[in-house]
Write a protein that binds this ligand. Structure first.
Ligand code: ARG
Length: 466
């Protein structure tokens, strides 16, 4: 086998090994095809480790400088496409160390002093996730901004509100969109909370028990921007809770995006006709020339399964593991990387969809709320305001709805005379109160869809998103 890190008889391993790996097992064992993703973090962690070793007098400053330069050379080589490790390197950690030794000779062999791949991989993974969490927060904010802009344009537009997907009560469209702002805000808070527990440094736990080398864990932790160090070395190398937490938070992001997608898909249908898809985010059919398909929200909805699946895979990965490190942990990477990438891509795609991929059909929306019985509760509320007990009013309006259905008319088609016969409390202001716009405006309770309330919320969001 082509020379490994330590140059032992069998390649990578110590001289204990006499034979090389079976070629299939070599490939089966390797993570290099996917953990090269951690290259920048591996280099950052190694530079911090080398500096700490020098600060603690374990290696000289000159040696630390050399290691630093060698590691930066590898960074440059990678940027230029000149760092291409193969299966024989097994993983990113060995690949870097091997290249370092090739570049520097004996000094390169000092880097791994007082550390193990077990604390190293945990450090890399946390650094990687911490960076990605910071990036994705602005992606989520961009999506919120896109939703806000739509909401802001539609503070006067109405939309039918549903329960059980049956027409319930008319809403202000901005109110409907702002509901998703709330979900996304909780997502951002959850991811921020995940970040707190990601930001703990396992480096210095070594293989599992700590190290006799006089290291300073606080030194590396501070250099890498970690807020704390793991208190227990066994926990440090075997904690993957943060991967599970992240995937759970990402799953909720996906669930929220999927609900929104489902609405857009329905709204874009002929049956609803509430939105028009622009050419920016829709595709046609290879067969049916009239079609325009909502691929973007469908893909977002469809990709949920991957992220939910990764959460399940990670939980299953950790559930039976004895302390401390087990190779099972190598499975954390693809799950984490794909969960992250899928979520981030879906956030961005949904942001683009709301920025330029759809237009609400204001006329149709405003008309839609005129065509139903979604003001029935308001007739009951009208009576309640005039002293009739709610349940009595409710029964009465139910009977009126039935009569209208028989007569194929709407509530507003009954004249005042007819209403008065049903109950003397009905007066000439009833018809005005039944108009969808009045129905919406009347819902002034805190958190309600009343225009004034929505206006307040838009103001709050506009401040928050600044
Ligand atoms: N590639 C390994 C992983 O992803 C690195 C740690 C290996 N440690 C070990 N003791 N084999 O988990």
């Amino acid at each position: 086998m082509a020379g490994g890190v330590t140059g032992g008889a069998a390649g990578t391993w110590s001289d204990r090994f006499e034979q090389g790996l079976h070629p299939f097992i070599e490939a089966f064992n390797a993570s290099i095809s996917f953990d090269l993703t951690l290259l920048q973090e591996d280099l950052d962690g190694s530079i911090a480790h080398a500096r700490m070793l020098a600060a603690c007098g374990v290696i000289s400053d000159a040696e630390a400088d050399q290691l630093n330069q060698g590691l930066e050379t590898i960074r440059r080589e990678a940027a230029e496409g000149q760092f291409n490790p193969g299966l024989a390197d097994e993983d990113v950690h060995f690949a870097v160390e091997r290249r370092l030794i090739a570049l520097l000779g004996p000094v390169g062999k000092k880097l791994h002093t007082g550390r193990s791949r077990n604390d190293q991989v945990g450090t890399d993974l946390r650094l990687w996730l911490r960076r990605r969490l910071d990036e994705v927060d602005s992606d989520l904010q961009r999506l919120q901004k896109a939703l806000f802009d739509q909401a802001d344009q539609h503070r006067e537009t109405l939309i039918p509100g549903y329960t059980h997907l049956q027409r319930a009560q008319p809403l202000c469209l901005a109110h409907h969109l702002l509901a998703y702002m709330e979900m996304l805000q909780r997502d951002r808070e959850r991811l921020r909370d995940v970040r707190r527990r990601v930001n703990v440094c396992p480096l210095g736990a070594a293989a599992l028990a700590g190290t006799p080398v006089p290291i300073d864990r606080r030194h590396t932790a501070a250099a890498l921007g970690f807020e704390a160090v793991y208190a227990n070395s066994l926990d440090a190398v075997s904690d993957r809770d943060f991967c599970v937490e992240f995937s759970a938070a990402a799953s909720l992001v996906m669930a929220h995006l999927s609900r929104l997608s489902e609405e857009v898909i329905a709204w874009a249908s002929e049956e609803f006709g509430f939105v028009r898809l622009t050419d920016r985010c829709a595709t046609g059919s290879s067969l049916m020339p009239q079609k325009k398909n909502p691929d973007v929200p469908e893909l977002v909805r469809g990709k949920c399964g991957r992220v939910f699946g990764h959460l399940q895979a990670l939980l299953t990965m950790i559930k039976g593991l004895p302390l401390a490190y087990n190779k099972d942990f190598q499975e954390d990477k693809e799950a984490l990387f794909d969960a992250f990438r899928t979520m981030r891509d879906c956030v961005e795609a949904t942001a683009i969809l709301f920025e330029e991929g759809l237009e609400f059909r204001v006329e149709r929306l405003n008309q839609a709320v005129e065509q139903d019985f979604s003001n029935a509760t308001d007739v009951a509320d009208y009576l309640v305001a005039r002293g009739v007990p709610f349940r009595e009013a409710y029964q009465l309006v139910g009977a009126v709805v039935r009569r209208c259905l028989d007569q194929k008319c709407l509530l507003r088609d009954l004249d005042l005379q007819a209403w008065k016969e049903l109950h003397p409390a009905f007066g000439p202001d009833l018809h005005e109160a039944l108009a969808p716009r009045a129905v919406v405006a009347a819902r002034r309770s805190e958190g309600g869809t009343g225009f004034d309330r929505v206006q307040e919320q838009l103001q709050l969001w506009s401040d928050r998103l600044k």
